[in-house]
Each structure stands twice: as C-alpha cells, then as structure tokens.
Write a protein that binds this ligand. Sequence first.
Ligand code: UFG
Length: 337
Amino acid sequence: MRVLLTGGAGYIGSHTALTLIGRGHEVVVLDDFSNSSPEAIRRVEELAGVSIPVIEADLADREAARAALAGVEFDSVIHFAGLKAVGESVAEPTRYYRVNIDSTLALLDLMAERGVSRIVFSSSATVYGDPAVSPIDEEQPVGVGLTNPYGWSKFMNEQIIRDAQRARPELEAVLLRYFNPVGAHPSGRIGEDPAGIPNNLMPFIAQVAVGKRERLAVFGDTYPTPDGTGVRDYIHVMDLAEGHVAALEGAVEGVTVYNLGSGTGSSVLEVVRAFEEASGRPIPYDIVEARAGDVATVVADPARANAELDWRTTRTLAEACRDSWSWQSQNPGGYAG
Ligand code: UFG
C-alpha cells in the first residue's frame, strides 16, 4: 500500500513509518512540524534506507492541504495529526477543537474527493473516561466523564468518522484506542521529543535520569491501587507501530474499534524502578497532590485486536525503559541535539 501518514513526523507516526516500510509499504508524510521535527523523518529514512516524500502543510487548513496533496498518490491514510497535551487543551479549548476536528473533517472530504477509502485513526483510551471496569474492552461506554477538550476531541472524531462511514459505506475505518505509548526504536535514533516540560510520565523520568530535571513529582499515592499510585497500561511504541500495520492491513468495510494495549498495568512507582534499573541512574521523586482529571487505573483488554488482527504486544516495560533511555541518553536535547 501507499500510505499517507498525517502527523507522520511525530512520536508514533515516525515509528509507524519505519515499521510500514519494513513491511514493504510505501509512505508519504504530511506534517506541519508544529510539534515535530523534519529530523525525525531524516532518521527514519536513514534507518529504513529509503527516501520518504514529505509534504509540509497544516491539514486543518483544508485548501492548503488540498493544494499540497495535489498529484500525491496514496491509497490509504493513517491519521495521527493533532494536538495532544491534556492540560493545554483545558487552557486553549477552541484551538484544540479547531485543530483536531477541522483536520479530520478536511481529511475525510479529501479522501472522498480522491476516492480513498481506508483510514486508521489515532484515538485514545481517554474516550473511556473513568472506566468502571479493568481491564477495559471496546464495548465499555465512551464519552462519559471526560474531563478535557483533548479527550472530547478524540471522542468527537470517532463519531465524525462513524458518520462519514455511514454516508460512504465503502469506507474501511479503524479506530485505534491507544493506552500509554512509551519507549523508542531500539537503535535510539528516533524517540519521543516533547516540547517544553514533558506532561507524560516516561519522558519526564527520562529527563530526570539524564540530568535535565531534578526530581519527578508523583501525582498522588492514595489511589485504590496496590501501592497507591496510578496504574496504566504502558505499550512499547514499536508494538503500537506494529498494531497500526496490522490494523491497516486488516481493515474491512465499516468501522472497527481496537484497544491497543498490553493488558498489563504498572504503577508509577513500578515505572520509576524499571527505569532506574534500565538506566543505572537514580530517579529521585516526591509524592505530591493528585493531578486534576487523573483516574486510578486504566488497563486495556486487547483480546479483540489479538484475535482479529493477530496482533499482540511482545515487548516488556523493561525493554521500553531500556529503549527510552537509549534515545534520551544519545539525544539529550531531542532532535535539536
Ligand atoms: N504521572 C506522575 N508524574 C508525572 C506525570 C505522570 O505521577 O510527572 C502519573 C500520572 O498521574 C498517571 C501516570 O503517571 O498515573 C501516567 O501519566 P501520563 O501523563 O504519562 O499518562 P496519562 O495516563 O495521564 O495520559 C495518557 C495520554 C493521554 C490520554 C490518556 C488516556 O498521555 O493522551 O493517557 O488515558 F488522554
């Protein structure tokens, strides 16, 4: 397949690009580089040994995107592009809705114009809100108790894609609900490069390990979990990338939803210890107030993806810490050096 990756220079997009090429697919990247670097694609090219066409455009600006994609051939799309910082989305809701919704609307119209019918969408476990059960399967209710515009934008985009498919029955849409992506390509050449202070746990820990930040703040230790800290399902980004390839290759007419997670939960303190082990560096931390909007436990039931896509995670949290450390220690300033 020739796959258009919107937001293909980002963390998950770049790892997926490499994995797709390894499976014999061709990729085209569209990115506005608002929160990513062309260097990521340069490194994917280096690792893959092929050159990747890159289109610099803001997908939410549909005229610009249409013009930029004129003459660019693709037969399927993986739609990663969007803003993803939960706290920022609370402070700037209109920007989050505009970017995340307009880009999906523009893409769906463009796909219809071009006769492209296969789309894989980056959704999130955040659509489950504060889930009543653990592990969570895809039949659990979504859109209840969401606490921020980022999460709502994922929920709304899922609905938009469902409605688009109803109007265009030939659409083959796959909604992938990611749990907590971590780690990096084992080469340490590509990885997560957050702008400013990392919001997420593992990149924050990695920056403490490398000496960029002094101490981790652990957000709460009185959750109803074994050690009182929040439990999440951390998934190695290479497993996640393989999940995208499986979803793309296995897409069928209609809308299909898959959880992409390992099925295993780890607490904040377990991640801290795993990272200390992998890096050989101490991670000093303080227990502070719980973060607003956080929930105790979010763990995937990945049985549907296991069965229907013949996909499962094969990498451990220890491997994710090792690869994250390899990336962080080789690239202490991210792609900027
Ligand atoms: N945490 C800390 N200190 C930090 C950062 C995080 O203790 O500095 C804790 C959180 O409280 C949570 C765990 O580490 O218990 C994981 O937090 P992350 O911010 O890494 O991830 P979240 O589970 O909060 O959020 C992730 C994605 C979101 C998505 C959400 C859906 O980053 O995009 O999962 O569940 F919306």
